[in-house]
Design a binder for this molecule. Structure first.
Ligand code: AMP
Ligand code: MG
Length: 406
């Protein structure tokens, strides 16, 4: 049986980068840049004042202090949004507001707090340094510089920067579309009557939300029955999706037909089982060049398999860099006793909290792969090797389940 890392590598090997599309700046959050962004202009675009105060020539006031103030003549007021009409000469100052462009001749700003002023005269009371409170042109960004590189995921900071660069549209990677097939004769949808022996289809919903959260577009297929013909038709219905996920039907039960159908469709199998708990029966194949993930039906297994396999695939297809595809790892400390008495590595769902500067992982007692409650509040995974016993306070290896888009 393949280890989790070996299986992840096999998946990623099959994933191709998607094409690019142009989107409006307001839609760019969480998207991955498909272009390097070059600054076409300096930011700030001109030398400007960082304070409300007085623009002056440093040489006029270099000796000023509270004990020996220097007086200057005020020749103008420059508000943010306007420009100066008069160059400063010796002994002159201009009243200036935060963000307003410096007048010609000025090289320093004295904040309003450090002067005594009338409408025509200003006394500089504090000693100052040349260039104080001036934000030079290009201080933040110089024209011609590459400020963002392809592969960067756009968050708030990137969006602010792109706006400052007047980029109303940006070229980003397409989001992968993901066909979601929940299989099972026992499944009913959430708003259907629940007859005896039936189970509510929760996987379509959790998998669709995982798609949303990790940068893909889910395409939910109606419930697929355990019939080879229906499974085949559903797979064919999703032939335009970038990936297909199915849940259920990949184990060794009498009615687990997914693998058989894929065989009949000439899928190329990459693996069928992974040494992990939850999530052992997990099939990965390609149908032509379409990657297909046959996730286990157990609700927790399907979510965990998504995070370990589908999320990295989404990220690779969306242009994230190779070192940022898998769940991030961290060292941490156990918040409770944890035991793996099985023969496969365990991936326990945990709540991570920062306690005394360390990530403390607490697991819920119920970790069964059918126990939806084990996912509640889970923002991390604790890895436990077969036979490993961890006591509260011991060091543990963690995977972090990131919030949206990170
Ligand atoms: P399977 O992998 O088809 O053997 O299913 C394993 C377990 O997961 C069974 O208990 C199923 O009832 C349950 N299951 C399968 N599909 C879903 C689903 N879409 N939503 C919730 N539970 C499911
Ligand atoms: Mg089933």
């Amino acid at each position: 049986m393949l280890s989790l890392p070996a299986a992840q590598e096999k998946v990623l090997h099959e994933i191709r980068l998607l094409g690019a599309e142009k989107v409006a700046l307001v839609q760019v959050r969480g998207r991955v840049l498909a272009e390097d962004v070059v600054a076409e202009r300096d930011n700030p675009p001109y030398d400007n004042s960082a304070m409300d105060g007085y623009a002056i020539r440093f040489e006029d006031v270099s000796a000023a202090s509270r004990a020996a103030p220097v007086a200057l003549e005020i020749i103008e007021e420059i508000a943010a949004g306007s420009i100066s009409r008069r160059a400063l000469g010796p002994g002159q100052a201009s009243r200036i507001m935060t963000g307003a462009p410096l007048p010609e001749g000025a090289d320093t700003v004295v904040p309003i707090e450090d002067v005594r002023a009338t409408s025509t005269r200003v006394e500089i009371l504090a000693s100052i340094e040349k260039g104080d409170h001036v934000r030079p042109r290009g201080d933040d960004i110089e024209a011609g510089a590459i400020v963002l590189t392809a592969g960067t995921c756009c968050d708030v900071g990137e969006i602010g920067l792109l706006a400052a660069l007047r980029r109303s549209t940006i070229t980003v990677r397409k989001r992968p579309t993901v066909g979601i097939l929940s299989t099972g004769d026992e499944l009913v949808d959430i708003d259907e009557p629940l007859a005896p022996g039936k189970i509510v289809n929760s996987n379509s919903y959790s998998l669709a939300e995982l798609c949303h959260a990790h940068g893909a577009v889910p395409l939910i297929h109606p419930i697929v029955r355990d019939s080879k013909a229906q499974i085949r038709r559903a797979i064919e219905d999703m032939s335009d999706a970038d990936f297909i996920l199915s849940s259920g039907g990949v184990s060794v039960g009498e009615y687990d037909f997914v693998k058989e159908v894929l065989e009949e469709m000439n899928a190329r199998f990459r693996f069928w089982r992974v040494a992990m708990k939850p999530g052992k029966p997990l099939l990965f194949c390609t149908l032509g060049d379409q990657p297909y993930f046959g996730l286990p039906g157990n609700p927790v297994s399907s979510m965990m398999s998504f995070l370990q396999f589908v999320r990295p695939a989404i990220r690779k297809a969306s242009g994230f860099p190779a070192n940022d595809l898998l769940l991030p790892r961290s060292a941490g400390v156990a918040g409770n006793r944890m035991v793996n008495d099985g023969d496969r590595p365990n991936y326990l769902r945990a709540r991570l909290e920062l306690v005394d500067g360390r990530l403390r992982a607490t697991t819920r007692p119920g970790q069964g792969s059918h126990m939806l409650t084990s996912m509640l509040g889970a923002n991390g995974v604790v890895q436990l090797d077969p036979g490993q016993v961890i006591e509260e306070g011991d060091a543990v290896e963690l995977q972090i389940i990131p919030p949206f888009y990170t």
